[in-house]
Ligand binder design. Structure first.
Ligand code: HPA
Length: 272
């Protein structure tokens, strides 16, 4: 089956189950999935039931779509995402974004857990992503361009929407939740970075590093979606503190931040 048909199958399965068409999609990162429980009049669709969807293999990530009302908007949230390090080709990692785009959704809020590279950051900080760096050599758009989905060459100069960043800033101010801003750099994982790689990332201007988001955002940009990216700084990146990096700490910090994260996203949705 070709890629377009795979997307179409998943779309028609989801469309049959949704009661209302969502306007905004959310991707909930490691340990941030709890926001899904705040969605009202919710319809839940398990990834394993959606034709052609990959299946989840990482702790801290559930595997389902939850659609309904949040902050007065019709939303659909991915509770759990797919990562390149799980062994899926990038076209498979980003298939859900293709599906969300084909459902007619034009706005995407993408969240993640990230390591803080900027030494002024602390674990628990929330950071608005104002740009990204992809130095992996991988890109989900490599291969034949599917013109039905988007153009061959994609402008990446305003991928993280200034308008949405401004809305997020205002939401942070209203709720008195301090927000950082900076560049997110994608590493494939599954290893955490070396201290030397983190030095490199800082030299290049990155404020945070992580193992997700960038492939999804590239595909969203290809489809002409407007993107807001928010990182939860769950730990200081390698070499900054004299302690090892552990996935359990990533999950633990994201759970601590969950309440302000939920309030922030809900306020952003209200203002959108
Ligand atoms: N590096 C990469 N990915 C991450 C990190 C990190 O330090 N923390 C959470 N996700």
């Amino acid at each position: 089956m070709n890629y377009i048909d795979k997307i179409a199958d998943a779309v028609s399965y989801i469309e049959q189950r949704l009661e209302k068409m969502p306007d905004i999609a959310l991707i909930l990162g490691s340990g941030l999935g709890g926001l899904g429980e705040d969605i009202r009049r919710s319809v839940t669709i398990e990834y394993k039931d959606i034709p052609n969807f990959p299946t989840i293999s990482v702790d801290g990530h559930r595997g389902r779509l939850i659609s309904g009302e949040l902050g007065g908007k019709e939303v659909i949230a991915m509770q759990g995402r797919f990562h390149f390090y799980e062994g899926y080709p990038l076209q498979q990692v980003t298939l859900p974004i293709r599906v969300l785009g084909s459902l007619g959704i034009k706005k995407l809020i993408v969240t993640n857990a990230a390591g803080g590279v900027n030494k002024d950051f602390s674990p628990g900080d929330l950071m608005l992503i104002n740009d990204h760096i992809n130095f992996t050599g991988c890109n989900p758009l490599i291969g034949q361009n599917l013109d039905a989905l988007g153009p061959r060459f994609v402008d990446m100069s305003n991928v993280y929407s200034d308008d949405l960043i401004q809305i997020a800033r205002m939401a942070g101010q209203e709720l008195e939740i301090p927000l950082r801003e900076g560049i997110y750099m994608w590493f494939t994982g599954p290893t955490y970075e070396t201290p030397a790689e983190i030095e490199l990332a800082r030299t290049l201007g990155a404020a945070a590093v992580g193992m997700s988001t960038v492939p999804e955002v590239i595909v969203a940009a290809h489809q002409g979606m407007e993107v807001l990216g928010i990182s939860c700084i769950t730990n200081m990146a390698a070499g900054i503190l004299d302690e090892p990096l552990r996935h359990d700490d990533v999950i633990e910090t994201s759970i601590k931040v969950e309440d302000s994260f939920k309030r922030l996203i809900t306020q952003i949705l209200t203002s959108m």
